[in-house]
Design a protein around this ligand. Structure first.
Ligand SMILES: [Zn+2]
Length: 121
């Protein structure tokens, strides 16, 4: 079975001072930005096998889904990013998912939403 999580390794690096996604937010680590707002950032998940796979996350560090303050604005941002990805890559279908906790497949310490385009083979 195909596992998106098996591709996580380069994004699984942890630092003492702040997490990898916070380092990207603070421009200490390079990333490929899809869309940015005052509160949220969307970047290409460059190690994914799915072209256009994007990570969307709050700029304020949150480990768990429950810590996200304004979910309505988060979902509005996710929706804008999803529209952009669909427009650019024209996938046959998409997955929009949030892994909340290690048992669900969350490997990074910063909560994020995956937008994963899928293509007919
Ligand atoms: Zn963080």
């Amino acid at each position: 079975m195909f596992s998106v999580e098996s591709d996580f390794m380069p994004f699984d690096k942890e630092y003492q001072d702040e997490c990898l996604l916070c380092r990207m937010i603070n421009k200490k680590e390079p990333c490929d930005i899809v869309m940015e707002s005052k509160k949220y950032l969307a970047i290409y998940y460059t190690v994914s096998r799915n072209i256009g796979h994007t990570l969307v996350f709050p700029k304020k560090h949150c480990k768990r889904y429950e810590e996200i303050q304004d979910k309505t604005s988060f979902y509005n941002f996710i929706d804008s990013v999803h529209n952009e990805i669909v427009c650019i890559y024209e996938p046959d279908s998409t997955s929009i998912k949030i892994n909340n906790g290690s048992e669900s497949g969350q490997l990074m310490s910063h909560i994020c939403c995956h937008i994963i385009p899928h293509y007919k083979v």
